[in-house]
Design a protein around this ligand. Structure first.
Ligand SMILES: Cc1cc2nc3c(=O)[nH]c(=O)nc-3n(C[C@H](O)[C@H](O)[C@H](O)COP(=O)(O)OP(=O)(O)OC[C@H]3O[C@@H](n4cnc5c(N)ncnc54)[C@H](O)[C@@H]3O)c2cc1C
Length: 385
């Protein structure tokens, strides 16, 4: 077993780290206060290949392995978790289903531009009445000759106001339950596409989450992704891959919080010495470090499973996601604690990280849903290795 990173993986990690330190760190606090989308920085990350890491080079992407992708997301989230979700959604739940299920013409039209970072992607599954239970979606698409007429409301769409292509799920056969869902590639310029609301969020405030209303939206038949009825399979497969990205985002956020806490512990003095000299603080830092390493190992293992195809990705991705996302919340809590009152101030990075961490156990499948996947696998007798 070899735990070392390849020279390519190290190069990717270090290049992204340098970019985030020099171009992103100086502006994060100001942008977050203004809920401003970091368009120029995301464009630059796209030019570095970060929007299409899993897309093969022939389709305009960077064509890297999933561990490289996880390292990229981790380095971005170490400085700013908002930008990490922008990239994670584009790579994992927009580009990946297009790569796996798109036809030649769809790939030519959208994948090249996604791979080069010219457009971002969005994933529109959640509705007011359907989150954890996606088979309950109400959006409908009715075929009318050479197009579908799409009606419905999608909420919490990450990148929804900046994406060039949206992967949208709607029922083409409302009586067929989970088998009646179909996926579509919808451009914001299609008639009947309207952004109706921006969420005012606790965290991840540089990334935008919007509600989209589809009102008799005309979607050409050639923009159906896969066959009618395959939509939920496409969505769930994309989410399995997406969870590796969210686990990496969690590891990166926690790493950033630990580094901030370690720096502060060495600087801050009480009773005549740095707080880093107290065992209470040291144990917090030691637990943070240990949990981050455990989460990173689970994440890289799931990334390896994704590439090797050695087993179903669902359970390892769920284990990485549930552990890493809950770990990030524990680590961010401790990082605030180490900072004392400063950790409660908007002046500190850990205050933002604490808020940003909260969503990690909710989106791309809640912790409860991850545990359901893990327990089902275990009870079927397939758990372990
Ligand atoms: C910042 C942000 C970004 C998002 N981005 C996107 C996006 O880009 N695209 C998209 O489609 N969606 C997105 N979402 C939506 C997200 O995926 C859903 O919020 C999530 O799947 C949970 O759905 P829900 O909020 O409807 O909660 P519910 O499904 O209503 O769940 C509520 C609670 O009940 C629990 N629960 C539900 N069913 C069960 C059960 N059977 N057993 C035990 N517990 C259960 C849940 O775990 C949760 O704790 C985003 C959400 C947020 C907050």
């Amino acid at each position: 077993m070899d735990f070392s990173l390849s020279s390519d993986q190290i190069l990717i990690r270090d290049t992204v780290r340098q970019f985030m330190e020099t171009e992103m760190r100086p502006i994060v606090r100001e942008y977050e206060a203004e809920k401003r989308f970091p368009a120029a920085q995301v464009k630059r990350l796209g030019e570095l290949g970060c929007c299409g890491m899993l897309i093969p080079e022939e389709w305009g992407g960077a064509g890297t392995d999933t561990i490289s992708y996880a390292l990229m997301i981790e380095e971005v989230a170490r400085v700013d978790a908002s930008t990490a979700v922008v990239l994670s959604v584009t790579n994992s739940v927009a580009a990946a289903p297009l790569l796996n299920h798109g036809n030649e013409a769809q790939k030519k039209k959208y994948l090249h531009r996604l791979g080069r970072g010219e457009i971002l992607g969005a994933f529109c599954l959640t509705e007011p009445g359907a989150g954890s239970d996606p088979a309950a979606i109400q959006a409908q698409a009715v075929r009318a000759g050479d197009h579908y007429v799409l009606n419905g409301t999608k909420i919490w769409v990450t990148n929804g106001d900046v994406a060039g292509v949206n992967v949208v799920f709607a029922k083409t056969d409302p009586n067929a339950g989970a088998r009646g869902v179909t996926a579509f590639l919808v451009e914001p310029s299609f008639p009947g596409f309207r952004i109706s609301r921006h969420e005012d969020k606790m965290g991840l405030r540089l990334s935008h989450s919007v509600e989209i209303v589809f009102e008799n939206c005309r979607v050409p038949v050639e923009n159906r992704l896969g066959e009618e009825g395959q939509g939920l399979k496409i969505a769930l497969e994309a989410l399995d891959g997406g969870r590796v990205g969210i686990a990496a985002q969690s590891v990166g956020l926690a790493q950033g919080a630990l580094e901030a806490a370690t720096r502060y512990a060495k600087q801050r003095r009480t009773f005549g010495k740095p707080i880093a000299e107290y065992q209470a603080i040291q144990w917090m830092l030691a637990d943070m470090e240990t949990e981050i390493e455990a989460a990173r190992a689970l994440t890289h293992y799931a990334a390896w499973v994704r590439d090797s195809g050695s087993q179903r990705l669902g359970p390892p991705a769920a284990r990485a996601k549930v552990y890493a996302s809950e770990m990030a919340n524990r680590v961010a809590y401790k990082a605030v604690q180490v900072h004392g009152s400063l950790g409660y101030s908007r002046e500190s990075d850990v205050e933002r990280m604490y808020r940003d961490a909260r969503v990690l156990t909710i989106y791309e499948g809640t912790s409860e849903m991850q545990r359901m996947v893990i327990a089902r696998d275990l009870l079927r007798g397939a758990g372990g290795r």
